[in-house]
Design a binder for this molecule. Structure first.
Ligand code: ADP
Length: 631
């Protein structure tokens, strides 16, 4: 993902537009291909149709020329022979237009009659027969015909006129005769020697244009063939065009689906990229990527606020470049080891120098990432700035050290003081007692009172010193923990309190108690202090009723000592566990150390102690012992 962040353009809109652009390009390209393909197909149809038309005309012209040439040859032959004699018949009567020729009709010695057919006459007959048989009409004509029936039609007349210009040797035209399509071809007829036999009287000389011969070829069969070919060309082109269009359409669809999918995939990547970029850039930690040599290929902008470098300044450098010398060697060695085993790492504390030379402690973690071949390509990870936390921890350690030392000093002092004070105090007490015994009856009442007060004070001080000594030794002189039946512990405590119980008439209601791991002597002391207080702080004139029970809770066992005594004012509740704090004043005897000792014992066992009370309606002292029931 990090490499993705680097390779993608910074604005997702740009990528979006790129994809849309590709889409529009595809549409434009497809439109161009469609137009070009259609134009090509159209041009091919045009060229092919034109070729067919030209070919048809060429063929027709060739046929017309063949017919024409044959007619010409035939006519020349007849002219060369000066005409041909045939027996006159109904279809070939003597030609009235040759009556000026003396030998028009002859009689053979056998008596058989013959009549002269001049070339025009022969041709007319032959052409009429040919026309009947094959549809190709031949016509020999002149602007000045002997036989008026040989007069030219309008087209021929025009052609004949054009031949008067000697340069024009032929007239060819596709035209209509009687509404039908025909190819008409005409060439001039030049007067030859043979012609003069019949036409000399008309004033022609050899070489004169005498008329012309035309051929009219019916185009219908050719055009029918041409239409058929045209249809084939058009339909085959249409087929190719349709197939081409289908192909283009298919390619377009595939292309657009492809682009749409690519657009979708790209959008998904963009969204993902944006999400990661936001995460990477909003976290307080530095996110980084290094290659196998530890060279940064990415580092997030947080490096600016933590180390004072711009990300670009560190790309191409290694983390070791910003570490003090010894630290760089240590971390480099560590990194080489981790990288060699391709292992992830975490909680690596390392010291770095900011751009302006301050020391910053980072806590780093990273995981390897792999290339396609499965080889480690580098590491990606996070650096957290723990400089402040480290400072606070060091401070805390220092304070803790000092506290432990002063506590130990205090404990030592309390122990020494209480221990060493015991001796002189005992001396004071015993001499006071001696004095009291010796002087009884010899002193006045006031002096006796003084001595009594001195004895009392000394006794109270002895108590305090004893309690203080005990308080100072809860942690140091405590016994080992063992399986302790709390019912037996309670028995022991009640035993120690038997006189007080008897004197006060106290009633102790007890529940079934569990077995726990504890220091038995300290727990006897604990219950004894709590029950002793419950008796001591009873209501004046009242009989103490004390309940000792236990229950299981999430914290372990909870023991409760509940009484019906004077209770504690709400403002005093927090004070009762502090040493020498006595919230009911001197009305009750005591040292103010009992509950402080209880607290120390409970805490030594990993539990806590607290009180619930309301003034005048008794108190409930609770303490916990961690752990489940011990079997
Ligand atoms: P001491 O009993 O020697 O005065 P403790 O440390 O045992 O000292 O108790 C501190 C103070 O807490 C007592 O002086 C008393 O004011 C108050 N206290 C302790 N237990 C009870 C109780 N069960 N009911 C009312 N007040 C109590």
């Amino acid at each position: 993902m990090l490499s993705l962040i680097q390779t993608l353009p910074p604005f997702s809109k740009a990528g979006d537009m790129h994809s849309k652009g590709t889409y529009y390009n595809l549409r434009r390209l497809t439109a161009v291909i469609v137009i070009a393909f259609t134009a090509l197909a159209g041009a091919s149809v045009g060229v092919n149709l034109r070729q067919v038309r030209d070919h048809t005309r060429e063929l027709a012209k060739m046929e017309a020329l063949t017919t024409f040439n044959k007619d010409q040859a035939f006519r020349f032959w007849a002219t060369n022979h000066g005409g041909v004699y045939v027996p006159p018949s109904e279809t070939t009567p003597p030609n009235p237009y040759l009556s000026h020729i003396p030998d028009r009709d002859i009689e053979l010695p056998s008596g058989k009659k013959l009549t002269l057919m001049n070339p025009a006459y022969i041709m007319k007959q032959a052409m009429a027969e040919y026309s009947e048989l094959y549809g190709v009409k031949g016509h020999i004509t002149s602007l000045n015909p002997l036989n008026p029936a040989n007069r030219p039609d309008a087209w021929e007349a025009e052609a004949l006129k054009s031949f008067e210009n000697r340069a024009v040797k032929e007239k060819v035209e596709f035209t209509k005769i009687g509404g039908q399509p025909y190819l008409r071809l005409m060439q001039p007829m030049v007067t030859q020697e043979g012609c003069l036999k019949c036409h000399a009287h008309q004033g022609y000389k050899v070489g004169d244009i005498r008329g012309g011969v035309s051929v009219s070829l019916p185009m219908k069969p050719y055009l029918a063939k041409e239409t058929m070919l045209d249809r084939t060309i058009v339909s085959s082109h249409l087929l190719v065009w349709v197939l081409g269009m289908a192909g283009i359409g298919f390619a377009y669809r595939r292309g657009s689906v492809d682009i749409r999918e690519r657009m979708k995939a790209r959008e998904a990547i963009m969204a993902e990229e944006e999400r990661f970029r936001n995460l990477v850039e909003t976290t307080n930690d530095i996110i980084w990527e290094v290659d196998v040599n530890g060279v940064y290929s990415y580092i997030s902008p947080q490096v600016r606020s933590i180390l004072g470098y711009e990300p670009e300044e560190l790309i191409g450098k290694t983390p070791f470049d910003v570490m003090p010398e010894g630290e760089a060697a240590r971390v480099r060695e560590f990194f080489a080891k981790v990288m060699g085993a391709a292992e992830p790492f975490s909680n690596l504390e390392n010291r770095n120098l900011t751009k302006d030379g301050r020391l910053v402690v980072l806590e780093s973690g990273g995981v390897p990432f792999y290339g396609k071949s499965g080889v480690v390509r580098g590491y990606r990870g996070i650096d957290r700035d723990i400089t402040e936390r480290k400072k606070a921890e060091e401070e805390l350690d220092k304070v803790l050290d000092e506290l432990t030392r002063s506590n130990a000093d205090l404990q030592q002092f309390a122990f020494v003081a209480s221990h060493d004070l015991q001796e002189p105090l005992r001396a004071v007490t015993s001499y006071l007692r001696l004095l009291e015994r010796r002087l009884t009856g010899r002193l006045d009442q006031e002096a006796e009172g003084f001595v009594e007060s001195a004895v009392d004070g000394a006794a109270r001080m002895e108590h305090m010193i004893k309690d203080l000594l005990e308080f100072s030794r809860v942690n140091t002189a405590g016994g080992a923990f063992e399986r302790v039946d709390m019912n037996a512990v309670l028995d022991g405590a009640l035993e120690n309190l038997s006189t007080a119980i008897k004197e006060s008439g106290a009633v102790v209601e007890r529940g079934q108690l569990p077995v726990v791991y504890a220091d038995p002597a300290q727990f006897v002391r604990l219950l004894q202090n709590l029950i002793g207080n419950a008796i001591k702080f009873r209501k004046p004139g009242g009989k103490p009723v004390i309940e000792v029970v236990s229950r299981e809770s999430a914290e372990g066992w909870v023991f409760s000592v509940k009484d019906n005594g004077v209770g504690i004012a709400p403002g005093d509740i927090d004070k009762v566990f502090i040493i020498f704090q006595r919230v009911h004043g001197k009305r009750y005897p005591g040292t103010g150390l009992g509950l402080a000792i209880c607290k120390r014992i409970v805490e030594r066992h990993g539990g806590r102690i607290w009180v619930e009370s309301a003034e005048g309606s008794g108190s409930s002292f609770h303490f916990t012992v961690p752990g489940k029931a011990v079997k």
